[in-house]
Structures are given as structure tokens and as C-alpha cells.
Write a protein that binds this ligand. Structure first.
Ligand SMILES: Nc1ncnc2c1ncn2[C@@H]1O[C@H](COP(=O)(O)OP(=O)(O)OP(=O)(O)O)[C@@H](O)[C@H]1O
Ligand SMILES: [Mg+2]
Length: 643
């Protein structure tokens, strides 16, 4: 991406609907074009049939002099002249059968090309959307509702698919059909054609009107359906909360109320559709009646032959349905426009930079000329971590207050650092900044590792060297071993068992009958909070990164396991710079240095002993936790209190 423009106007990647559709159409465009051609040919062959019949009635059965034309000329050539045809009417029947077969073949090719095009198009659209969405920054995900994103990826994608694969091809076919039918009709009888097309604008007009109304109602029903399924999804995901708080009845009533609204909207939609079809049938019938009336009159008067009459009535019948469809298509295309815009919004949102491979190759490192190799980066990221006057405010924070204010500290390479602070004080936020999940704005300080500003290190590189155990671990559906090795290229069992040992999870795994193949996540064994935390620790350890962060990762394990894990971590001696965030002083008291964060500021720092001697926040917390431990360890007295 070149950044040569100096103006501030941000150029959208897809400035209009067409550019986005063309982007998605790569690889399927020619298939679509071929399918449209076959679809148009279907119309052409369908229209030829009545012409053959009228020729047979007038010139073969009757005595009318054959008029020059492509169709009559072809019949005469194929049939071996008028005389031969008069003696063998079966030849006309054969021509009609051949026409029908050719039409069916065209239809077959249309459908198979169309299906292939459609499948390619949808796959590309979904792949590109998904690929883009997972690269969008966390702040974007924070600002957009998951349910809405899913709706855009499913039902909006489907609307666009229908627009291209069904409506657009149909539109071409129908337009060809209507135009050709009118041409044929004019050739037969211009005056009767005027009667036939008289009602066409009316039918298109009211179809468009009705379908706009129907579309609006459809959208309402759609939204309601979305809300209804969101409700079901929430209740199923939070089924434990629903049970634990005895909210079944409340949830059931809420669901029933919504469901009723949904049904009412649906009934309204059906009523509109019924009105539409009834009016449509009426106008179609009216038009046919006019043609019958006027046509018969003309026939009797001798202005129209019997064959022409039959052909005319066929053309009229062929035309009515497409004309009605046209109105529907016009309004449905409007709906597709909305869906395309909704998808365009996602595709126009900026991805996190430094996440794509091609970008990383040309990553712009300001203070070097050559490109950095993997080894260079490892060296940099094995250096000291320095926060210099860092302030930060979340992009969607409403109060305009800073979460982090002027924080400066140094974490020497290879040391172990403890971070403690009240809940909501900004500990996790500091780690998010270090991992570039959020970026420090210009002029709000900087974070360097090994002397390099982390904003100059591509995100994917940075993250591949920082291991972080998130405060709220998430397990994917899969086996335990798969979950632990999810971040590695391939699963090496010895590495998995190593990581599991350090995370003090071996005993737990041995207790499962299927061991490492135990299925966890959705539809699997439910791990306890502590087991989940330890799985997440193993997941991080297996990556062997030079920086390792434990964000409150030992909170759900007992003090004994906590000690066991810390001892195992120390034993590893891999020289990793380790950051341990905890609320329990015992978890981090042995750290080389401890930072106390209070309301986004660095309040105190020092070793455990220094901080206790300081008599500040840390000392107070230590005293409180010590008192609680003493109370517990006095055993009998403590137990008496509960009796
Ligand atoms: N993605 C976010 N968007 C907006 N505000 C956020 C976001 N994440 C956290 N915050 C806010 O930032 C503040 C600091 O949150 P943070 O998670 O860093 O606290 P913490 O010190 O880790 O707390 P705890 O000990 O409870 O984990 C909180 O007030 C929180 O509401
Ligand atoms: Mg936190």
C-alpha cells in the first residue's frame, strides 16, 4: 500500500458497489457471462416454437403463401420444400421436438454454468470476508456487534448471491424474452401488439410498488428473526446463568412475546403477498381477455390468420409472467443494494497493518536500510522492555478519561516482573499495548523493546515473539492436545507434554480416560476454571517466546499449584522476560521487581522487601492478605467461627 498522497481524505478501497462486486467476481465472471448467454438462448428457442406452429397452420395445412423469414426459410430448407412438408407433417413435429431439445440443452448448460459460477462467487466472497474480518483490529470488533457481523456474513452474502446468480441472469433472460416477443408480435400484427403491451407499464409499475412494500415488511420480519435467534443463542450460551438464577420463566415469557410479534409481522407479509398475487393474476387475465377478444374479432374480419392468432396468443402468454417478474426484480435489486453496502462497510474497514505476509516482507523499518531477518527480530525482542511516559485512552471510551496515564518503567531482559493493582486499574491494558492489540497514539509516549519502538515492528512478528496468557482463556472445540498446540505449526507430542508438565496439568490429563485426546470446548468435557487457566498456560509455553506474560493466570488455582507452576517456570531457565500479573501477593513476591498500578498510574515499584518497607499500597495489601492467611492457618479458631 503506497502512502504517497499527502491529503487527509481517506480513500476507500471499494468506493462503490460495482467495484466490490467486480472484486468478488474474479474467477467467476466468465462463467457468469457464459451462463447468461445460454439463458438468453433459452428465450430465443422458446420464442421460435409458436412461429413454427403458425407457419404449419397457415402455409402447410392452409394455403397461405410462405412469407420470407429466418424461421420459415429454415423450415422449408430442412423439410425439403413446401410440397414435401405438406406430405409429411411429421417433419414439423420433429422440428418442434428438436427445438425443445435444443432449448432444454441451453437450459442445462445455463444451469450448470450458473451453479459453478455461483459456487465460485460465494466461496470467494465468504473467504475474502472472513479473511478480512479476522484481520480487523480489536477496536473494530469492540465497536461492532458480533450478531450483526454474522448476519452480514450469512444473510447479506446470500442476498448478494441471489442477486447475481438468479436476479441478474433472469433479468437478462426476461429482457431478451420480452423484447423478442414484442418484435415477433409486431411482425404478426402491430395493432394487436399495442393492445398486448398496453397493460405492461401498469403491471411493472404496480409490481414495483407492491414489492417495495413487501421488501420493507420482509426486512422487518428479517430483523425480528435475527433478534429472535440472538435471544435463543444468548440463552443457550448462558444456559447456566438462566438455570442458576431461576430465570427460565422470565426468559420463556420474553421469548413468547417476541415470537408473537414476529408471527404478526409474518402474517402481515403473507397478506401483502396474497394481495400482490391476486392483483397480478387479475391483470394478467385481463390482458389475455383483451387479446382473445380483439384477436378473435380480427380473425373473423380476415385481418389475422388462424396460425398468426395461435402464435400471438402464445407470445402474449409467454410475456405475462416475465413482465410480472420484472417488477419483483426491480424491488429485490434494491434490497441487494442494501446488502452490498452492508458488506462494503466491512470490506472498507481497515485491517490491522503488519498482519499480511506481503506487507511484512516490505515492512518499513525507519532506522535501517536492509530488511530484518527472523534472527534480528528475535534479538530485538529479547531486549529490555521500556515504557516511556505512556498514556492511553480506549477508542470507544465514552468518558474521555485516560485508562493509562504517564506510565514509565523498564523491564530488564530476562527478568521476572510482577504487576499488582486494583481491578480496573489498567494492568491488562498495559499488556494489550505491549502486544499492539491497541496502539499508543503519537505524542502519548512510546514502548520500546530492545531499543526499537514496537510500532515499527510488524504486528504479526511482534506477536509471534510475545506469549500472552489472556485473563479470560478461550478454548476452541477440539482435543486438549490440539488446543495446546493451536499456535504451533505442527503438533509435537513431546513439546505438548513438556508444556503440560510446566503448567502442572499432567495429573489432570492422566485422570481423563482419553488423556490428551479428551474433547474440550463446545460439546466436550467442561474444564474447571483452574484447568482452563493451566491449559492456556501450556498453550503459551509451547511457543517458547522470549517474552511471556501471565495476565492473572494463576488466580483460579490453589496456592500450592500456584507455587508448583512458578517453580517449574523458574526451572526452565530459557531466559524469557516474564511478566506476572496477579492479585495474590504470594504469586509475585519473588519477582525481581514489582510494579504497583493504581488508577492507570505507576504508584510504586521495587522488590517485595522494598515495597513492604515503603509502607504504601503494596504493604497494605500484603498485611491484609497475611492476616487472612494467618487466620486460616490458626485452624481450630477459624473453624469455630463457622459453627
Ligand atoms: N476494550 C475496552 N474498551 C474500552 N474500555 C476498556 C476495554 N478494556 C478495558 N477497558 C476499561 O479500561 C479499564 C482498565 O481495564 P483493565 O482490563 O486494564 O483492568 P485490569 O487492571 O486488568 O483489571 P482486572 O484486575 O480486573 O483484570 C477499565 O475501566 C475497563 O473498563
Ligand atoms: Mg485484567
Amino acid at each position: 500500500m503506497s502512502n504517497t498522497e499527502n491529503n487527509n481524505i481517506k480513500k476507500e478501497r471499494f468506493p462503490d458497489r460495482g467495484s466490490l462486486i467486480l472484486h468478488f467476481l474474479k474467477g467467476s465472471k466468465s462463467l457468469f457471462i457464459i451462463s447468461v448467454i445460454f439463458s438468453a438462448l433459452t428465450s430465443v428457442f422458446a420464442l421460435a416454437e409458436p412461429r413454427v406452429i403458425s407457419f404449419a397452420v397457415d402455409s402447410i395445412i392452409g394455403d397461405k403463401e410462405p412469407e420470407p423469414g429466418i424461421i420459415s426459410g429454415t423450415i422449408l430448407t430442412v423439410g425439403g420444400g413446401l410440397e414435401s412438408l405438406k406430405n409429411g407433417l411429421w417433419k414439423v413435429a420433429a422440428i418442434i421436438i428438436v427445438l425443445a431439445i435444443v432449448r432444454l440443452l441451453c437450459k442445462f448448460f445455463f444451469q450448470s454454468f450458473n451453479a459453478r459460477a455461483e459456487e465460485k462467487f460465494v466461496r470467494r466472497m465468504r473467504d475474502l470476508l472472513y479473511e478480512h474480518i479476522i484481520r480487523l483490529p480489536l477496536s473494530w470488533h469492540g465497536a461492532n456487534m458480533t450478531g450483526d457481523i454474522i448476519q452480514r456474513c450469512t444473510s447479506d452474502v446470500d442476498t448478494v448471491r441471489r442477486f447475481l446468480a438468479e436476479q441478474l441472469t433472469n433479468l437478462v433472460r426476461i429482457t431478451v424474452l420480452i423484447i423478442l416477443a414484442i418484435c415477433f408480435m409486431v411482425r404478426i400484427n402491430p395493432i394487436l401488439t399495442v393492445f398486448a403491451v398496453m397493460l405492461v407499464p401498469v403491471i411493472i409499475g404496480y409490481s414495483t410498488y407492491f414489492y417495495t412494500k413487501i421488501s420493507d415488511q420482509f426486512e422487518k420480519v428479517d430483523t425480528m428473526e435475527g433478534r429472535l435467534s440472538a435471544m435463543v443463542q444468548e440463552n443457550l450460551t448462558g444456559v447456566r446463568v438462566v438455570r442458576a438464577f431461576g430465570r427460565e420463566r422470565y426468559e420463556k415469557d420474553r421469548f413468547e412475546a417476541y415470537n408473537e410479534k414476529y408471527i404478526n409481522s409474518w402474517v402481515k407479509l403473507m397478506r401483502l403477498l396474497t394481495q400482490f398475487w391476486a392483483t397480478g393474476d387479475l391483470s394478467g387475465g385481463l390482458q389475455a381477455l383483451i387479446i382473445f377478444g380483439v384477436g378473435t374479432y380480427m380473425c373473423v374480419k380476415g385481418n389475422l390468420t388462424a396460425g398468426e392468432y395461435i402464435a400471438f396468443v402464445s407470445y402474449n402468454a409467454m410475456m405475462i409472467w416475465p413482465v410480472r417478474m420484472l417488477g419483483r426484480m426491480i424491488s429485490e435489486m434494491g434490497k441487494a443494494g442494501i446488502s452490498i453496502d452492508r458488506i462494503r462497510y466491512i470490506m472498507n474497514s481497515d485491517e490491522e497493518d503488519g498482519m499480511r505476509k506481503d506487507e511484512i516482507v516490505s515492512a518499513d523499518m525507519t532506522d535501517t536500510d536492509g530488511e530484518k531477518t527472523d534472527a534480528d527480530y528475535r534479538k530485538i525482542l529479547s531486549g529490555d522492555i521500556v515504557f516511556e511516559g505512556v498514556s492511553f485512552e480506549y477508542p470507544n471510551s465514552s468518558g474521555g478519561s485516560e485508562t493509562i496515564t504517564d506510565v514509565s518503567f523498564t523491564i530488564p531482559a530476562g527478568s521476572t516482573i510482577g504487576i499488582i493493582g486494583g481491578t480496573g486499574s489498567g494492568k491488562s491494558t498495559l499488556m494489550y499495548l505491549l502486544d499492539r492489540l491497541f496502539d499508543v497514539d503519537d505524542g502519548k509516549g512510546k514502548i520500546t523493546i530492545g531499543g526499537v519502538d514496537i510500532r515499527e515492528i510488524p504486528r504479526s512478528v511482534l506477536r509471534s515473539y510475545i506469549g500472552i496468557v489472556l485473563q479470560e482463556p478461550y478454548l476452541f472445540s477440539g482435543t486438549l492436545a490440539e488446543n495446546i498446540s493451536i499456535t504451533t505449526q505442527e503438533m509435537v507430542m513431546s513439546e505438548v507434554t513438556d508444556a503440560v508438565r510446566t503448567a502442572a496439568l499432567t495429573e489432570t490429563v492422566e485422570k481423563f480416560s482419553k488423556g490428551y485426546d479428551t474433547y474440550v470446548g463446545e460439546r466436550g468435557v467442561t474444564l474447571s476454571g483452574g484447568q482452563k487457566q493451566r491449559t492456556a498456560i501450556a498453550q503459551m509455553l509451547i511457543r517458547k517466546t522470549p517474552i511471556q506474560i501471565f495476565d492473572d493466570s494463576l488466580s483460579a488455582v490453589d496456592a500450592d499449584t500456584d507455587r508448583q507452576i512458578r517453580a517449574a517456570l523458574r526451572e526452565k531457565e530459557d531466559g524469557a522476560t516474564t511478566i506476572i500479573i496477579a492479585h495474590r501477593i504470594s504469586t509475585l513476591m519473588h519477582a525481581d521487581r514489582i510494579f504497583v498500578i493504581d488508577e492507570g498510574r505507576l504508584a510504586e515499584s521495587g522488590t517485595h522487601d522494598e515495597l513492604v518497607a515503603l509502607g504504601g499500597i503494596y504493604a497494605k495489601v500484603y498485611d491484609l492478605q497475611n492476616a487472612a492467611i494467618e487466620k486460616l492457618s490458626t485452624g481450630a479458631n477459624g473453624a469455630e467461627e463457622y459453627e
